[in-house]
Design a protein around this ligand. Sequence first.
Ligand code: NAD
Length: 402
Amino acid sequence: MINVIGLGYIGLPTALMMSSHGVEVIGTDYNKELVSTLNAGHTTFKEDGLDELFQEALKAGIKFTTEYQVTDTYIVSVPTPYDKFSKKVDAIYVVAAVKDVLKVAPKNATLVVESTVSPGTIAKSIRPVLEEQGRTDINLVHAPERIIPGNMVYELLHNNRTIGADDRATGEKVKELYSSFCQGDIVVTDIKTAEMTKVVENTFRAVNIAFANELAKICRHDNMDVYEIIKICNMHPRVNILQPGPGVGGHCISVDPWFLVGDYPSLAKVIDESMKTNDGMPDFVLNRIHEIMREKGMTDVSRVGLYGLTYKENVDDMRESPTLQLLESQERHLASGLKVYDPFIVKDVVDNQYHDLDEFLNDIDMVVIMVGHNEIKENYEKLRDKIIFDTRHIYDGECYRL
Ligand SMILES: NC(=O)c1ccc[n+]([C@@H]2O[C@H](COP(=O)([O-])OP(=O)(O)OC[C@H]3O[C@@H](n4cnc5c(N)ncnc54)[C@H](O)[C@@H]3O)[C@@H](O)[C@H]2O)c1
């Protein structure tokens, strides 16, 4: 039996996937409300195919509880934020979960950390806990997760995976467990290499996004069309530039590269600058809104609306989203008034938030497309008399861009 600890965006789909592929699974989360929602037969976030997977797992007998289980294998998928000051990974949740696992884990149990951590975290923060408690019998494994919100179920099945373990036999045993559902290649390596690969993958993405964002700033400064330039450059056989955007959000690309900056401050220079470039994009968008308003003779900021609160299209995950960062920036400038709407966010989370597209559009003259949800793509005719500022380069008609 597998006890999955932490039933959030990563732990829940993982638990469901294993259960629906014949593995006996009990999911544990210390959030009582979340566990009762799952036990009442409801998923806790929206994701393509998740509800179907949930039903299959229920049929297969998955259970959800707040209690840690006595079993031979644990998978820990709890949050790993970064310390805003030092930029280092904050392993506090992983350490707490490991301590609780150790209270019940039998001898020689396997403890798989799926949470993303910086290289050396397991050696520095987890192993000492095992040593303090005389539990060096526990087999530590790191199996970082690569799935992307919006395509999680498909990617769980098809992505390649990395498993880091102290010895080959443990690595192979965990590989066999993941092979129950994973159709991709599974590489077995050591723990520090596995830790580093995950962080490097997200850093690669962050640096490449930053390059596109920097190009957008250069092109704006000198009135060049960044999208046309990227399109032409990408016709070169060895060039593949990403698209610029209003900023980077989510739990991975906007967070994990900081771990390397925190751990190697004098070495991770390109990474540091890239993260600052990406973090500067919401402010760049805010300035651009101001510029466009001036050009159009608009003075009332409450006639401007931000479309989209999530960090990417067609998901309900708002963590670190560019729109939230932009609203924070507005507040820091002691300003207010921007209107906001997102079809995926049903609760009131910010000021001036709308829950109906038509009402939102009725109350504004300028719409800033922050997220390319399908909904807006299907309703372009409703934008006909609006000033459009498209930060995602999805709207074909006349509009302002980054
Ligand atoms: N979200 C993503 O897209 C993504 C992708 C790849 C990797 N990751 C990594 O996966 C890890 C988990 O991220 P997430 O997005 O699933 O986080 P999340 O916040 O959605 O879920 C974490 C869950 O763990 C629970 N929890 C925390 N401490 C606990 C404890 N001690 N015992 C029991 N439950 C506990 C919380 O209540 C929460 O439900 C992070 O390290 C993240 O970096 C996330």
